[in-house]
Design a protein around this ligand. Structure first.
Ligand code: 13P
Length: 262
């Protein structure tokens, strides 16, 4: 797995959008634009049926492919599930784990998240682990408590070597798909808290180098101030990743933000 420091990660989670033909059209455009974006790590995260075809288009390009979910077993009678070796074979290097939509609609818990993280690492897939609070939890000032539990339970029994390979995505649930974005200050506060938790649990060096992405209504116009915050290392983008122009614009803004970082 690659070490990713010094450049922002810009990952587009397409969720349940794009048929194969639509996916190929979009990824071809992204590939064409990606040449001038070497100062960022671009990742596209299409639905399962499009993974292999998307990867074919991206051969010999710097754009990486990720999956939106996976099961933790290698194979077996698990109807409807997809395994880590299948994702590797399709060309994935990343996998999103524990997205709030998976937790809310498909019953994922911190315990299943933990199993999936371990399985991803066992197969050299970089997990992008999503955490974040609901609107109610924020209003009741329970954000830090929620984050702390998601981290301690989700990352239970992991070695320092393993933890260094994990990317965290802070996605406040109230900001996902709502057009409401956390302000740079609000996002920075939680990112800082996550980094401090990581330092406390695994030591200063691991905490300092932890990669923490922000997700939740990231758009070209708000990407710069968010990514410029000291503890924000990139973005996990939903809606705005479905069009090449906005996805690439976010990448460009993030590169600028990284150069101007406080
Ligand atoms: P939106 O950018 O559409 O708010 O989605 C964020 C998200 O959930 C990315 O995983």
């Amino acid at each position: 797995m690659k070490k990713l420091h010094g450049k922002p990660i810009i990952a587009g989670n397409w969720k349940m959008h794009k048929t194969n033909s639509e996916a190929l059209e979009l990824v071809q455009e992204i590939r064409n634009a990606a040449g001038e974006l070497k100062e960022t790590e671009l990742v596209v995260i299409p639905p399962f049926p499009a993974l292999s075809e998307v990867k074919k288009i991206l051969q010999n390009s710097p754009v990486e492919v990720g999956a939106q979910n996976m099961y933790w077993e290698e194979e077996g009678a698990y109807t409807g599930e997809v395994s880590p070796p299948m994702l590797k074979d399709a060309g994935c290097t990343y996998v999103v784990i524990g997205h709030s939509e998976r937790r809310e609609y498909f019953g994922e818990t911190n315990q299943t998240v933990n199993k999936k993280i371990k399985a991803a690492l066992d197969h050299s897939l970089t997990p992008i682990v999503c955490i974040g609070e609901t609107k109610k939890e924020r209003e009741e000032e329970k954000t830090n408590q929620k984050i702390k539990t998601q981290l301690s339970e989700g990352f239970t029994n992991m070695t320092q070597e393993e933890i260094q390979q994990v990317i965290i995505a802070y996605e406040p649930i109230w900001a996902i798909g709502t057009g409401l974005t956390a302000t740079p200050d609000q996002a920075q506060e939680v990112h800082h808290f996550i980094r401090e938790q990581s330092k406390e649990a695994y030591g200063k060096e691991i905490g300092d180098y932890a990669i923490i992405l922000y997700g939740g209504s990231v758009k070209p116009k708000n990407a710069y101030p968010l990514v410029k915050e000291p503890d924000i290392n990139g973005a996990l983008i939903g809606g705005a990743s479905l069009k090449c122009e906005s996805f690439i614009q976010i990448a460009k803004e993030s590169i600028k933000a990284y150069k101007d970082k406080k």
